[in-house]
Design a protein around this ligand. Structure first.
Ligand code: ATP
Ligand code: MG
Length: 651
């Protein structure tokens, strides 16, 4: 290693030091964004290893995204630690399962289910439920929620009735589809991502010799972003631990953004009760962001309702002063995208590296207009967080093509050139396409060529078979290659990461907060936390923008996000418009009866009673889409944890 254990500790503040050097046993770091939680746990791993408390091979660190796991590995390697594992829960489970499977289940083959919509569609068809894509997505999300919450199909109606007050008929239908999906999957000998965790936990719970072997191998567990642990992941963690308590967790309850998928901050907040002897550390110094960004972050989160004890931490900025966050309102999305791209270009020209800039949005569908605008000003970019990299069609095709080429022409030549030649027929043109799906495809293929370049520079005699093996290994570990470019990502995918400059775009009601959160206070609060996650990604430059989709006559079709009220400085032109309004825009309704309906275009209340028969909204010229109404007569399941209502109530 570089230096001794003490050199690892240089630069830590006293609270971080207390967490890093705590004796073996349970440790919990409860702290806000940018306070050094991830840095603290990685340093703790290094400290425990280099001071001889644990062998590197006995450490298993888990987190939630492949990118975060990759960053942990990079930081561990920088401390000269190679044998410690840093993986996502799923990647760790997959690896263990491959090892234990023959002993636990026998040698019958199984495969990973690649996207579940097809099987959900079959199950929905059999259950007599609509099979349109949106419905299937909602059903798939619902099945994921149930599995992550450890709810079996037969218990689903009762659990849902208790937790979410769903209508019994809807719950019965979902349960039927869920059960059908499970049996179709089992018959085809397929496992979905949640099955990996379920089988891993079961293997350890039911096979004592497997548990013993595992617990002999791994002795020290670390979890980052623990506020987003699901009951299923917690069960795996408990199975890993057995009766031991060498567990370090870090998290920030204010960053819980996956509760729609079953995650809960409770295990984080209750850690001290579960392990009374635990070392519990709170960090409040924010090392990531300028005081201006920190102050905005504090404002965003202080407006949250019902913050549980343990999450009321106030960040104190440690960095020198920086620029004020910028707020900008535009007439339409292309104008917003062009302005953002222009500003990105300015930053790049002034020396900000591409990899230090991110454009973050609420839903992946928002990326396209920003992709086009960036392509227009010739700024390379990289879209993250949509499909998993190795699940993308072009990546799967590329891997198959590389394998074939490796068999047909295994020897020698210039590896990057060979890989490029294989990928050209799949769409790797010399010039990048203008934007959209073709550009995304191109970026993935380029990432594969860059991986070949990286491999060729580290392993000089690397050939195609070696490259194919590298791809397989990465696919198994869900460790995608990275390319140099401005990051375009959803707010969910940005968790845990940081950039010098962050653009939060599309901040309009209906997108941020998302439309289906309306009428559900719990879901609205999760949206607010998502904005907090976004704001706290910025080290220095932060821009918040939105577009109102004005017509030529000046009518507005959208409202700026309700979360912006109170944040926009008083001297900003947008603030003057806000001040003229007597009250903030529509607030979330109480749950349940008689939900208010809003125009999906301008956000104003619709007049009339259900079902909506209006052809027009009263406040703006929007037409109510009759086709959509027809389609939405079928119920849809909303994925948020609150009350689910038929979609026609909430568009
Ligand atoms: P998040 O909640 O967003 O995941 P975090 O609490 O995990 O944030 P880190 O990513 O570990 O925060 O750290 C934020 C930034 O602050 C990083 O750039 C890190 O290197 C830096 N940092 C952390 N601790 C210190 C310190 N003691 N001195 C200087 N910089 C620090
Ligand atoms: Mg972190």
């Amino acid at each position: 290693m570089t230096g001794g254990p003490s050199s690892l500790l240089a630069g830590l503040d006293p609270d971080q030091l207390a967490a890093v050097t705590a004796p073996r046993g349970p440790v919990c770091v409860l702290a806000g964004a940018g306070t050094g939680k991830t840095r603290t746990i990685v340093t703790r791993i290094g400290y425990l290893i280099h001071s001889g408390h644990v062998a590197a091979g006995q450490v298993l660190a888990v987190t939630f995204t492949a990118r975060a796991a990759g960053e942990m590995r990079t930081r561990l390697r920088a401390m000269d630690i190679h044998a410690a594992q840093a993986r996502t829960f799923h990647a760790a489970a997959l690896r263990q399962l491959r090892y234990f499977w023959p002993r636990v289940v026998g040698d019958a083959p199984w495969d990973l289910l690649d996207g579940k919509l097809r099987l959900v569609g079959q199950a929905a068809h059999r259950a007599g439920v609509g099979t349109e894509r949106d419905t299937l997505r909602d059903l798939a999300g619902e099945i994921e929620w149930a599995k992550a919450s450890l709810i079996a199909p037969e218990d689903y109606p009762a659990e849902v009735a208790r937790a979410r007050r769903d209508t019994p008929a809807t719950a019965e239908l979902v349960a039927k589809v869920y059960a059908g999906y499970e049996s179709l999957k089992t018959a085809a000998r397929l496992l979905d991502f949640d099955d990996l965790l379920l089988h891993t936990a079961a293997a350890l719970e039911e096979h004592s010799e497997v548990a013993e072997e595992f617990r002999d191998r791994y002795r020290c567990f670390v979890v980052d972003e623990y506020q987003d642990v699901t009951p299923l992941q917690q069960r795996v963690l408990d199975a890993w631990l057995g009766r031991r308590d060498d567990l370090t967790v870090v998290g920030d309850a204010n960053q819980t953004i996956y509760s729609f998928a079953g995650a809960s901050p409770r295990p984080l907040l209750d850690f001290g009760r579960r392990f009374p002897e635990a070392t519990v550390v709170r960090l409040e110094r924010d090392y990531r962001s300028t005081p201006e960004v920190v102050s905005l972050a504090n404002q965003v989160i202080s407006a949250a309702r019902d913050r549980p004890a343990g999450s009321r931490l106030r960040l104190v900025g440690q960095r020198p002063k920086g620029p004020d966050p910028r707020f900008a309102e535009f007439d339409d999305e292309p104008a917003e995208a062009a302005a953002v791209a222009g500003r990105v270009k300015e930053l790049v020209d002034a020396g900000t590296p591409l990899s230090e800039i991110a454009v973050l949005y609420r839903i992946n569908a928002q990326s396209e207009v920003f992709e086009q605008a960036l392509a227009q000003v010739d700024v390379p970019y990289l879209v993250r967080g949509g499909e998993r990299f190795f699940a993308r069609q072009e990546v799967r095709q590329a891997m198959a093509a590389v394998r074939t080429a490796a068999v047909n022409a295994p020897g020698g030549g210039d590896l990057p050139a060979l890989v490029r030649a294989v990928l050209v027929p799949l769409g790797l043109t010399d010039e990048p396409p203008a934007g959209g799906t073709a550009r995304e495809r191109w970026e993935s293929l380029l990432a594969l060529v860059e991986l070949a370049e990286e491999l060729a520079s580290t392993v000089p005699d690397a050939d195609l078979p070696r490259y194919a093996a590298e791809l397989d290994q990465r696919a198994q570990a869900q460790h995608p290659p990275t390319v140099e470019g401005v990051t375009l990502a959803s707010l969910h995918a940005a968790k845990g990461l940081e950039w010098d400059a962050v653009f939060l775009v599309g901040l309009v009601d209906g997108t941020m907060p998302i439309q289906h959160a309306d009428g559900d206070d719990v879901a609205i609060e999760e949206e607010r936390r998502l904005l907090y996650v976004g704001v706290t990604r910025a080290r220095e430059h932060l821009s918040l923008s939105w577009s109102l989709a004005r017509t030529e006559g000046g009518a507005r079709y959208r409202r700026r996000s309700r979360f912006l009220y109170g944040l926009i400085p008083e001297n900003h032109p947008a603030a003057r418009v806000a001040a003229r309004r007597s009250e903030p825009p529509r607030q979330a309704m109480g749950r349940g009866m008689n939900p208010v309906r809003y125009c999906r275009v301008c956000g104003d209340k619709l007049v009339g009673t259900m079902p909506i028969k209006l052809g027009r909204c009263e406040s703006c010229p929007a037409e109510v889409d009759q086709g959509l109404l027809e389609r939405l007569r079928e119920w849809r399941v909303e994925r948020s944890k609150g009350l689910r209502v038929p979609a026609y109530v909430i568009f």
